[in-house]
Structure formats: C-alpha cells, structure tokens
Design a protein around this ligand. Structure first.
Ligand code: T1G
Ligand code: NAD
Length: 708
C-alpha cells in the first residue's frame, strides 16, 4: 500500500483503512492504494471478507476538488479516473463491506456503492453533492444510486445534492445495517455474518429502475423543478439526464453517458465558478494575523438587546444553535410584539416542515424575554440590535459595559455606524465587534464581522468560530461606511434608479438583472426593504452632497407620494393583497415628466446595458474596497455577495465574474460610462492597474486588513 491506505487483518477479515486527513478525499494515491489492497485481499486465501473504513472523523468526502484543474488540463486522466477501481471492488470474489461514519459524499458514496454491503453509524450523511460544484457524479454514482434507492430518490439526490442521514439510507436500501457503538468492530461482525453469502453487485440490480412511463413523469417534473429552483445552472439538468440514462441503458453504456456529461460540466465556467465559491467560503475563515491556534472565548449563553426585525431573528439564530439567549426590549408591549413575531416565524417553519413542533418548543424555551438587565451579567456575549442611531447605540453600549461581566463580548448589529465610535464609550473596546446579520437573520447565511481598530484577535477568532456554530458564513470586513456589502450595494442600486430615470422601465431593469441571475431585481429589493429609509437618510445628509454629482431622484419622487414599497402597497410596483408586484404605468409617467423638466434625455436602453451598468458599478466599488483593505480577498467579496445579496453562485460572485469577463473589457466599459456619466464612474485604481497588467482580482490579495 502507501501511507494513505493501510491494510490490516482481524483474523480472516481484512480491514482497509483510508487515511487522508482531513476528509479522506480520493487524492492521487488513495484510489491506487485501495486498488492494491483489494488485489491482495482477492489473492489471499486466509481472507474471507473485507471492511473498507475511513480513518479519523469521516469516511470519504469524494474526489479531491483541488485536483480538478489537473483533470481539466489533461494532467490526470479525464474524470476522477477511479471507475476501474470501483469495478475491481465490485468484481472482488470476497464480500466487501463499506463501513461509513461522518460523511460519504460524491466519490465517497460512489466507492461505497461499489462495495457489496454498506453499514454506517447513526448520523452518517451520504450524498451526491457534485451539482453544488457545477458537476455531476463522475464515477458511476448516477448509475448505481438509482439501482439502490430507485429512480425518483436518485434524481432528487443527484440534482439537488442534499445528503441524507443513515436512518433514511437504511429505509431506502442504500445501507444494510446501522452500527451502534464501535464502527470497525461492528463492521467486522457484520462481515463475519455475511461470509459465504453470494456477493451482491449493485450494477446487476435492476428491480428499482421503474418503468418508462413512471420514469418519464419523474424526469419531466425534476427538469421543471431544476429549471425553476436552480435557474440558469446546467449541472442539475445534466445529472437528471445521467440518471435517465441509468434507466434506459445497460450499466456500461450508462456510465459512458455519465462520463460524457461529467466532462462537459467539468469544463464549464459554471463549475469553475462554483468550485471557486466552495474554496472562497472556506478561505474566508482564515485571517492572516489571527492564527488557527488563537484562543477563543466560550459562548455558552448570549443576550440580544432590541426585539425588532433583526433582534428577534438573531435570538432565533442563537436558540436554533442551542445557545440560551436573553432578549431585552425597551418596554413590555414592544417585547410582546417581538416574541409574537418569533412565535409566528416558528409556526411557519413547522408548517413548511423545516422544524418539528418539539424542536420549536425546545428553542422557544431557550429564548428568555425581559425588559430589564437582570441576567446580563452572566451572558458571554451581547448583540445589540436597537434602532440605527449613534446616540442611542452609545447609550446602550455604555450601559452594557456597566452591567456585563468582564470578558464578555459586546457586539453591534449596526449596518452603517462606526464600530470604533461605538466601542469608544466602553472600557473594553478590544471586546467590541460588529456582527452584521442580514434580514431575515434566521434565514440569510451571511454574517459580516466588522473589525474595529481595537478588536482583539480572540474576539475575531471567537466570532468566526461562532458563525459556523450558528450556521452562518462569517466574513471579516473593515470598518468603513456600509462595510463591504452595503457599501458596494449603494452604487448598484443607484445605477438601477438612474436607468429608470434615463427611460428604462422598472420591469425592464429588474428583468435584466433577474435574467442575469440575481435572486431579485434591484427595484423589487428596494420595495421589499422600504424606500423611505434611504429617502430619510438622503434628506438628512443633503447638505453633504457634492455639487455637480448626479443624485438618484426617482425613488424620492415615489416616497413623496407615500409609495414606500411593499409595506404601503406601492413603491416601484403596485402590490395586490398577496404582495404580488404589478408594473405601474403611473411610475413610468411620473419619471418621464420629471425627466422632461429636469432635462434628462430618455431613450431605449438594452438589457445588456442595464446589466453592465449595475454589475460593473458593483465591481468598481468592490475593487476600491479590496484596494483599501476593507475586504481581505476578492473571494471574500464574492462570498458576501452570494450569501447576502442574491448574486448567482454559478457566476462565482461579482469579482470572479469580472475576472471571467476579463478585467480589460470591464475597465474599458467603465471608462465608457465615465465619459458618458461623469465622476461617479471614475475607475477604481486597482481595476485600472490589474487590467493594464493583464491580471485578475483573484490574483490580488490585500494582505492583512487594516482599518487605520
Ligand atoms: N477535496 C479537497 N478538499 C476538501 C474536500 C474535497 N472533496 N472536501 C473538503 N475539503 C477540505 C476543505 O477545503 C477544508 O480545507 C477541509 O477539507 C475541511 O472542510 C468522483 C467528481 C466534507 C462535509 O463536494 O461538503 O467526488 O480549509 O471546512 O465543515 O463523482 O468539506 O481546512 O484547508 O468544509 O467539516 C464531492 C465537499 C467531490 C464534498 C466537511 N464532494 N466537502 O465539512 O469541513 S466531487 C464534495 C464538503 C466528486 C465524484 C466527484 C465538506 C465536508 P481547509 P470543511 P466541514
Ligand atoms: P427595528 O426597528 O425593527 O427594531 C429595533 C428595536 O429596538 C425596536 O423593537 C425597539 O423598540 C428596540 N429598542 C430601541 N431602543 C431600545 C433600548 N434602549 N433597549 C431595548 N430595545 C430597544 O430595527 P431593525 O430593523 O431590527 O434594526 C436593528 C439594527 O439592525 C439597526 O442597527 C439596523 O441598522 C440593523 N440592521 C437592520 C437590517 C434590516 O434589514 N432591518 C439589516 C441589518 C442590520
């Protein structure tokens, strides 16, 4: 063998242990090692059966994603190349038992399905998550899985990529036994039980492959659903085609069809983008000056102050993670309203089948409502989510500093205010950090962590670790106005309004960006968030506007008519009782009249121009954010946009997308907008530099963030 795969014996049962930490990926050397072991097992008369097991915390998490570039460039055989190994395992005359714990994903599950029997400890997760990387199973997964679990379930697992747990896998026939207690001992025991029984080859099974009529209905429904739920993404449809091949073609031919579809997906820009997204998300957790071994503060209890939209959601996030949380409001009626909203949210979750009533009851018990500071002295961390206003935030933080124990973290959910100024009223600015959750906090995955000048490394490390525990993607950002996400969002939204002022209809702007892949058009987002917030801010800061710099006006015209968005039944759109958006010709007319008076020429604007104007506004500001060091890497910006702003993951995020277009092309287009529209389109110096040097954002790394 080699150091990645070990072969040992428990009298007449051979044990093959895969040892490639951290996740036992099938990196170069692993399939080769397993193959050698199987060869020895087949030849060894003293061996009656074998167990294949993962060393460490998991079975096999699949092919080594880092090696995909080698497949693409032909440095390694086309595809993961372990199809022959799987055939060798299946053809082994001695029964092979796959013993799973942790996760058996992608190539890991494919390996397991080539075994003759499968056992797992409770809680093991098995799945074909390849579509999330823009590819499909490439080692027979789409052919063996339907033979074990039936076509409908295989389509679901391959097209959506969500794993299932061991108990469901047992019910479906994907595994043969759940092992309570020690996995290896249990698997060896199981192997002894089946010695002498004929080896069952998955590829020879056909009883679950269904009839053409049944299958056609399954595939049609699956394609329709994939087109809707994974808009614009190619891999889910390819995965469905591959499973369809399993039901129509003999096994070998089905595998060839899978290989063909796999190769198309692997070479697509979508898979390159989604693999970037996978690694960017994990890279975001690494902070150059906060090493992995930085000590952290245990967060066993928390408190939230303000039970409004955000505070209520944040309390739910803690409760859902099993952390008891105090929720404080200014007065009893406000608290009652906040708690009622939380209950309502949970009722919806139960109705939609996301949580069980039992889970919800348990979580509700973890949220303790209060109007006093009693108990705050015990909390390890407090998150403030009161109204946005510096004076109030300072008042709250000064009080928190008095009532909270030494060493407790004080966090603010502010979306715009200066964290250093908030921290300055406390005696512990090193323990202050911004935790910017997104609305609805219990749903959105993004958590922007805002590092103040004095925030200490322990607090950053703790917040990063906590993000994971809370099921969020934490991204560390610097302390600038709007932080990273909202700072970039501002020019994006501004351009969408300018386009309407210049003659594009509201629907045309939203449709162009929706068709590009955004979860919602920008104007519909404005209606959802409320147009009045920006209007009030603009009124308050009008005196700070630079003369001669164009301001977006159309949204204010709507607000002056009381059209604040969904909450008032009208904004950019009209809304019916079901909150369905209806295009409103009155808005077009209102803006047309204003434009005529203001001397703004209206014209026909193409969908391409709409997308370029909005997306490049995002990219240009993203370049500034990067250059100024408020984001550590281009991938961090991408992670923020995908998880917080509905940017399509299959385009990799705004910075990755710009790289794929080519920065020279993006720069040239921005220069064109600069000539047409003036100073707001000043190209970011970093973009200019990278374009001129023929480089990409991905190649740029600002290094350690500094807010100084
Ligand atoms: N290849 C390479 N590295 C991987 C990896 C993989 N498959 N999976 C994880 N890592 C790295 C990851 O980058 C991180 O590194 C560390 O392991 C821990 O991961 C032939 C074509 C397994 C559920 O899609 O879903 O098989 O940041 O932080 O939260 O048809 O990782 O520490 O340097 O995520 O405990 C299909 C992807 C591949 C599984 C563990 N498999 N991985 O989660 O830890 S394609 C997947 C995951 C394939 C076949 C095809 C998760 C996890 P670092 P982590 P975790
Ligand atoms: P909200 O108006 O819904 O809730 C604020 C709550 O704080 C109210 O219920 C209010 O009664 C309570 N409150 C005010 N003073 C208090 C005090 N001294 N003690 C206890 N409670 C007090 O506002 P929101 O939308 O939840 O926003 C809260 C914070 O989150 C703001 O800083 C906001 O900028 C930020 N934020 C909001 C969003 C969003 O989309 N709404 C997103 C991210 C961040």
């Amino acid at each position: 063998m080699n150091e990645l795969v070990q072969l040992t014996w428990n009298s007449d049962i051979a044990i093959v242990t895969i040892d490639n930490p951290p996740v036992n990926a099938l990196s170069l050397g692993v399939p080769e090692g397993i193959s050698e072991a199987i060869e020895q097992i087949a030849a060894d008369d003293g061996v009656q059966a074998a167990v294949v097991i993962g060393g460490g915390t998991t079975f096999v998490a699949g092919a080594d994603i880092k090696e995909f570039e080698k497949f693409r460039s032909g440095q390694r055989p086309r595809g993961p190349g372990h199809l022959p190994l799987l055939r060798q395992i299946e053809d082994c005359p001695k029964p092979i038992v796959m013993a799973m714990h942790g996760t058996a994903l992608g190539g890991g599950l494919e390996l397991a399905m080539a075994g003759h029997y499968r056992v797992a400890v409770p809680g093991t997760q098995v799945g074909q998550p390849e579509v999330k990387l823009g590819i499909i199973p490439g080692a027979g997964g789409t052919q063996r899985l339907p033979r074990l679990v039936g076509v409908a379930k295989a389509v679901e697992m391959c097209a959506y990529g969500s794993p299932i747990k061991a108990d469901e896998a047992l019910r479906l026939g994907l595994i043969d036994r759940i092992i309570d207690g020690d996995l290896q001992a249990g698997a060896v025991g199981f192997a002894r039980d089946i010695v002498g029984r004929p080896v069952q080859k998955t590829r020879d099974k056909s009883d679950k492959l269904g009839t053409p009529q049944e299958n056609d209905a399954i595939f049609t429904a699956a394609r329709e659903s994939a087109r809707k739920k994974q808009r614009g993404v190619v891999a889910p449809l390819a995965a469905i085609d591959a499973v369809a091949a399993s039901a129509k073609l003999p096994f070998e031919e089905g595998c060839r069809e899978e290989q063909r579809l796999f190769a198309d997906c692997l070479n697509s820009n979508q898979s390159k983008a989604l693999i970037h997204v996978f690694f960017a998300e994990r890279e975001a957790a690494k902070i150059p000056d906060v090493p992995k071994n930085t000590s952290t503060i245990a967060i066993n209890s928390a408190a939230v102050i303000g039970a409004g939209t955000m505070g209520g959601g944040i309390a739910m996030v803690f409760a859902n993670a099993g952390i008891p949380v105090l929720l404080k409001e200014a007065d009893q009626p406000g608290l009652d309203r906040g708690i009622a909203r939380i209950r309502q949210n949970y009722v919806h979750s139960v109705e939609r089948g996301r949580f069980t009533q039992e889970f919800v009851d348990e979580r509700l018990r973890l949220i303790q409502p209060t109007v006093t500071f009693d108990g705050f002295d015990k909390a390890d961390m407090v998150i403030e989510a009161v109204f946005e206003g510096m004076a109030l935030k300072k008042e709250v933080f000064a009080e928190l500093d008095r009532v909270c124990k030494r060493g407790a973290i004080l966090a603010s959910n502010t979306s715009t205010l200066n964290i250093d100024e908030i921290a300055s009223v406390t005696s512990r600015p090193d323990l202050v950090i911004g935790t910017h959750f997104f609305s609805p906090a219990n749903v959105m995955r993004l958590l922007e962590l805002v590092r103040g000048k004095k925030t200490c490394k322990e607090v950053i490390a703790t917040a990063m670790q906590l993000s994971r525990k809370l099921g969020k993607v934490g991204v560390l950002v610097g302390n600038c106005r709007g932080f990273v996400g909202n700072r970039m969002f501002h020019p994006y939204m501004r351009e969408s309004v300018f386009l309407v002022e210049e003659g594009a209809t509201v629907e045309a702007v939203d449709k162009a960006l929706y068709d590009f892949g955004m979860a919602m058009g920008p104007l519909a987002v404005g209606d959802l968030a409320g147009l009045d917030v920006g209007w009030r801010i603009r009124k308050e800061y009008r005196h700070l506007e630079k003369p001669g710099v164009r301001q977006a006006v159309a949204g204010d015209l709507l607000c002056e008519l009381g059209r604040f968005g969904q909450k008032t039944g009208a904004g950019w759109y009209k809304y019916d009782q079901n909150r369905r958006a209806i295009p409103d010709p009155e808005v077009t007319e209102l803006v047309r009249k204003w434009a005529a008076e203001a001397g703004v020429t209206q014209r026909r604007i193409s969908a391409d121009e709409i997308v370029d104007r909005c997306i490049y506004a995002l990219v240009n500001e993203g370049a500034r954010v990067l250059e100024e060091g408020y984001a550590l890497r281009a991938g961090d910006v991408d992670t923020i946009y995908i998880n917080g702003y509905g940017f399509p993951a299959h385009l990799g995020g705004p910075m990755w997308f710009a790289d794929t277009v080519g920065l020279q092309k993006v720069y040239d287009r921005i220069l064109e907008f600069h000539r047409q529209h003036g100073s707001l389109w000043e190209p970011a110096p970093l973009l200019k530099q990278l374009a001129e040097d023929g480089k990409t954002f991905a190649s740029f790394n600002a290094g350690v963030e500094s807010t100084a």
